[in-house]
Design a binder for this molecule. Structure first.
Ligand SMILES: Nc1ncnc2c1ncn2[C@@H]1O[C@H](COP(=O)(O)OP(=O)(O)OP(=O)(O)O)[C@@H](O)[C@H]1O
Ligand SMILES: [Mg+2]
Length: 576
């Protein structure tokens, strides 16, 4: 072995820089942190050629003096802490005094900055070497340019992905920075084109604006709670909103996104009663912890943290999610009366069943709000004509007596001395399913293709199924390394963008299986649901079609009705 020697400063700096900056998105992360810490209310970022050619951040924050500029790129130069104790009351995102030093080592860095009431100055440092610091023009705030990433460490360049993939990573980092700061305007430019503008808004709106068209944002709610030394704000999806992956489960602590599995697990515990296994919620959690109870100084990119009160926060988080979900346990239109009087009411009344006459009474604020909005916008139930079109059967000489709907899901029918209890959802689902499988697929080009990000695993699956999707009327094409797009869908497809993306990413198996699953999902989504009121005319149309079915089972194999003969009823009450 050779004798031990101290590394020269530049080599040591390059090694240290590699820990903080490993690809363009690390530069994005650090520059945005600095602009946020500088108290900016407006931040724009420009990413050129995946961030390799240039990353520019423009902010209107406090700016730097000449003196600040002369020091800011040196290792361990920071204005955010002075002593170790300051870490216990840390409010800023940065504190190590390493970021600009690392960026200046592996890029060509220039900073134009101006403090209120002072001149503007421009600093230039290339590959860690100071080149100049001169008076310049500029307004209050800073413009930081980091160009030619890794020009001074060519070995690192080899590990960079294609520009499009690096841009996606930069954009994701941008979102992670912007989401917890809804009081700041953020803009993201890709190759000088404005890609995303996030105006100042509420937290929930910030989440919604950040992921436009990715999921149904009307199903998100904001909730919060507090505990000793911490506060939790959460933007949570209702149970209907779920995915096959954890992509939209974000945990932020003191405004940094962290990878703390305990909190992801807490979310899953909270949701596990309403989400079937393998399904994950959409949930954004923002935990603010007293800085003295948390240590971020354990990961160079601050992606991990040590908590003093992890258990307590975990517990509160599970409670918060459960209490949020508890309001969805009841059915909006479900009366809490026993079913018997309702059946009687329906049977002996000559009037048509009118749902507004069965207004449930419950002294629950959330319930009341929901009910008020229900009265203002009554749910659209299938109209006579709509169902008539769907069931293709309109027999006017009926050989049965329709008695009404009970328990918000069953249609009661008397025919040939037999009582039929028909499941409205399952029946409609079967009818729609039969219709889908019997018609020719008519594929329709989309005006706006649906773009979505993919992992290597997704790519393998999608490529394997491309031909199958084409036959089913779904055109999927590769956009770049980690993005695909859907350019056409079957004309009858009423799924949300996020649902069709989920479907494409999760379906395995032969063509027949994929087709069955697709039609199953479509039929299930479009069918009348439990809790949907149904007018008697539409109900009779549905019953007509049900009695014409070859198979009285839903596409999942469950029976769609249940029957009791007069003889069985007599036996049940001991008449015979
Ligand atoms: N956009 C900016 N506006 C105003 N001051 C800035 C800006 N960017 C950097 N600075 C100043 O430069 C200093 C050094 O920045 P740098 O990012 O290297 O370290 P830090 O933010 O203090 O800590 P960390 O390494 O954890 O990010 C900061 O402490 C801050 O005073
Ligand atoms: Mg910093």
């Amino acid at each position: 072995m050779k004798p031990v020697k101290k590394l020269n400063d530049l080599v040591a700096k390059k090694i240290a820089a590699g820990e903080v900056i490993d690809r363009p998105y690390s530069v994005v992360r650090e520059l945005l942190d600095n602009s946020i810490d500088a108290g900016s209310s407006d931040i724009s970022i420009y990413v050129e050629n995946g961030g390799v050619t240039n990353i520019r951040v423009v902010d209107n924050g406090s700016g730097m003096s000449r003196e600040d500029l002369s020091l800011c790129y040196l290792p361990h130069a920071t204005s955010k802490i002075e002593t170790e104790d300051d870490l216990l009351s840390l409010k800023s995102l940065g504190f190590r005094g390493e970021a600009l030093s690392s960026i200046s080592t592996c890029t060509k860095l220039s900073i134009v900055s101006k403090k209120q009431g002072e001149e503007a100055y421009k600093l230039i440092v290339h590959g860690g070497e100071f080149l100049s610091l001169n008076e310049f023009r500029g307004s209050v705030g800073s413009i930081i340019n980091a160009s030619d990433l890794f020009y001074s460490i060519p070995a690192r360049r080899k590990f960079l992905k294609k520009a499009s993939a690096e841009t996606t990573l930069c954009k994701n980092t941008f979102l992670e920075k912007a989401i917890p700061f809804p009081n700041i305007n953020f803009k993201f430019y890709k190759d000088d084109k404005l890609e995303l503008f996030l105006p100042k808004s509420t937290l929930k709106e910030r989440v919604i604006n950040s992921f436009k068209n990715k999921f149904n944002s009307s199903l998100l709610e904001e909730v919060s709670c507090e505990g000793e030394g911490f506060k939790i704000q959460a933007v949570l999806g209702r149970p209907e909103l779920h995915r096959k992956d954890r992509k939209y489960m974000h945990v932020y602590t003191n405004k940094r996104r962290i990878t703390e599995f305990a909190f992801i697990q807490a979310l899953q515990y909270g949701y596990n009663e309403v989400l079937p296994g393998g399904n994950y919620p959409i949930a954004f959690i923002f935990i603010d912890v007293d800085p003295s109870l948390i240590d971020f100084n354990i990961h160079p990119a601050k992606k991990e943290a040590k908590f003093n009160n992890l258990q307590t926060i975990h517990h509160r988080l599970v409670e918060l999610v459960k209490s949020f979900l508890s309001q969805y346990h009841y059915n909006m239109l479900t009366s809490h009366k026993s079913s018997a009087p309702i059946v009687k009411e329906l049977i002996d009344s000559k009037r048509d069943y009118n749902y507004t006459k069965n207004i449930p009474v419950k002294n629950d604020v959330v319930y009341k709000e929901k009910f008020d909005s229900f009265l203002e916008n009554p749910p659209t139930f299938k109209s006579h004509q709509e169902l008539r079109d769907e069931v293709t059967n309109n027999n006017n000489s009926r050989s049965y007596k329709y008695l009404g709907q009970i328990m918000d899901v069953f249609l009661l029918v008397e025919r040939d001395n037999t009582l039929y209890v028909i499941d409205q959802h399952a029946t409609h689902e079967r009818i729609l399913y039969n219709k889908l499988t019997s018609q020719k697929v008519n594929s329709q080009d989309l005006l706006l293709p649906i773009e979505f990000e993919v992992t290597n695993e997704d790519i393998n699956l999608i490529e394997k199924n491309l031909d199958t999707y084409l036959e089913l009327g779904i055109k999927v094409a590769k956009l770049d390394d980690d993005t695909y797009k859907i350019t056409a869908l079957p004309s009858f497809c009423k799924l949300l963008d996020s649902e069709i993306i989920d479907f494409i990413k999760s379906k395995k198996g032969a063509k027949a299986d994929i087709q069955r699953d697709l039609y199953d999902t479509l039929a299930c989504r479009s069918a009348i649901k439990e809790g949907d009121p149904i007018d008697p005319v539409a109900a009779r149309e549905l019953i007509d079609a049900a009695f014409q079915l070859d198979q009285a089972r839903c596409p999942h194999g469950r029976p769609i009705w249940f029957e009791l003969t007069k003889k069985e009823l007599y036996e049940l009450v001991g008449r015979i």
